[in-house]
Write a protein that binds this ligand. Structure first.
Ligand SMILES: Nc1ncnc2c1ncn2[C@@H]1O[C@H](COP(=O)(O)OP(=O)(O)OP(=O)(O)O)[C@@H](O)[C@H]1O
Ligand SMILES: [Mg+2]
Length: 243
């Protein structure tokens, strides 16, 4: 963690309220949270505490009810949905618990997806897809397959390749190891650590303390508020336990 680095995303006094008919849920309560260049952090908390909502705010996937999101020094509240989508495409990579790969497309087509809006020539896209799949420890042969012809751990690495193919500086992962066995989880975590060594900022939401302890700092959220922030303990990490 290089805390002297400049902030990439700043959430300032962010509240988020969901309304469904008469019922309102306050999922985040005046949260302040900063992601800096090179950060490697985990967010932990019970089910329903607001982790995904927080990640959605960091990822510009939804607008807050209250507060400001400053992205690379710019208040994003004035941006149109289209401008937000463009910012997301260039700056953010997303990884989900359920991989969210499109089953009728090949692995190649899945990984290529974020490059489509960029208007790059096909040959350049193909090179970038290959580079991304190799970077996550994948194999070129996977590219011709459909996602369901790969194991869960392999599919998650494909999803990470899709997240990084456009070289975004920030990766946001929501329970990325939640559906994986320990060995696959370890490979996925090591992939994130390698991406962080290249200078990317990584935020991982996880229920798993051994995954959280592979990062540098753990934030704890409860009932929509950040209630603590701890230095991770490498001795309790998934990587140290299995080596
Ligand atoms: N789209 C939505 N509409 C209404 N309520 C929502 C919506 N999304 C989340 N909530 C509510 O907001 C609160 C926080 O939800 P969130 O998904 O952020 O929790 P979480 O910490 O990610 O939980 P989990 O560990 O189960 O994924 C919960 O009470 C949830 O029911
Ligand atoms: Mg969640």
């Amino acid at each position: 963690m290089r805390t002297s680095e400049k902030p990439l995303i700043e959430l300032v006094g962010i509240s988020k309220e969901y309304r469904v008919g008469e019922i309102s849920t306050v999922a985040l309560k005046e949260v302040n949270f900063t992601v800096r260049s090179g950060d490697l952090v985990a967010i932990m908390g019970p089910s329903g505490s607001g982790k995904t909502t927080l990640l959605n705010m960091l990822g510009l996937l939804d607008r807050p009810t209250k507060g400001k999101i400053i992205f690379e020094g710019r208040d994003v509240s004035k941006l149109s949905d289209r401008e937000l989508a463009d910012l997301r495409n260039r700056k953010l990579g997303f990884v989900f618990q359920t991989f969210n790969l499109i089953s009728r497309l090949t692995v190649f087509e899945n990984v290529e997806m974020p490059l489509i809006p960029r208007g790059l020539p096909r040959s350049v896209r193909a090179e970038m897809v290959k580079e991304a799949i190799l970077k996550v420890g994948g194999e070129i042969e996977w590219l011709r397959k459909k996602p369901n012809q790969l194991s869960g751990g392999q599919q998650q690495r494909v999803a990470i390749a899709r997240a990084i193919v456009g070289n975004p500086p920030i990766i946001l992962a929501d329970e990325p190891t939640g559906n994986l066995d320990r060995a696959s989880a370890r490979i996925v975590v090591e992939t994130f650590l390698n991406l962080n060594k290249e200078g990317r900022s990584i935020v991982i939401v996880t229920h798993d303390p051994e995954v959280a302890n592979c990062t540098e700092k753990i934030y704890v959220i409860r009932d929509g508020s950040i209630i603590g922030e701890y230095k991770a303990n490498p001795g309790e990490s998934l990587i140290s336990r299995m080596s």
